[in-house]
Design a protein around this ligand. Structure first.
Ligand code: AMP
Length: 190
């Protein structure tokens, strides 16, 4: 199963991806986690990405496309994977299509967690308040709002992109967590 979880910051993509990983063995591939690891390790990629991430902007396409291209070659993802936070714009989606085509394969599905913006802004305020001094450099209200704006500008068009390819399945991301998991499983026929 090769899957994309699409949805704005705070929609619960990470939580749901982790659940699918634990239950079905599909590997969660979070570009955000990989970039944070690169920042922590002080690699060249990490140095390039750090300030951009702290502002809530997108790191350059070639950086994340390169990271994913390398990662999906690893043997541990043979059972399948869940892309969490990638692609973030149409150029990345096209690069992914090409990458998979080159390997003679394609995505199985794109699941969008649909969440009301007002609820997200509330979650953003709560998350920022809870992480004062923060676990994540971009978990302050300003950066989170920027990430939401970037989502609308650059990532939201991916719904139409994948709908056009007949791959999109929308799930109500505002339900409680277990119900969202059930809906994702139903959408995927799991
Ligand atoms: P996330 O953990 O998915 O919210 O990602 C945290 C930050 O990492 C984002 O705000 C971006 O700065 C960067 N990032 C993660 N994935 C991507 C991507 N696919 N393209 C560009 N930047 C990304």
């Amino acid at each position: 199963m090769k899957l994309i979880l699409l949805g704005p910051p705070g929609a619960g993509k990470g939580t749901q991806a982790k659940r699918l990983e634990d239950k079905y063995g599909f590997v969660q591939l979070s570009t955000g986690d990989m970039l944070r690891a690169a920042v922590a390790a002080g690699t060249e990629t990490g140095k390039k990405a750090e300030a951009i991430m702290a502002r809530g902007e997108l790191v350059p396409n070639e950086v994340v496309v390169g990271i994913i291209a390398e990662r999906i070659e690893q043997p541990d993802v043979a059972k399948g994977y869940i892309l969490d936070g990638f692609p973030r714009n149409v150029a990345q989606a096209e690069a992914l299509d090409e990458m998979l085509k080159g390997k003679g394969t394609a995505l199985d599905a794109v699941v969008e967690l649909v969440v009301d913006d007002r609820i997200l802004l509330q979650r953003i305020e709560t998350r920022a308040a809870e992480t004062v001094g923060g676990a994540r450099a971009d978990d302050n209200a300003e950066a989170l709002k920027k990430r939401l704006a970037v989502y609308h500008e650059q990532t939201a068009p991916l719904s139409a992109y994948y709908k056009g390819k007949g791959r999109l399945k929308a799930v109500d991301g505002m339900k409680e967590m277990d119900e969202v998991t059930r809906q994702i499983e139903a959408a995927l026929g799991l």
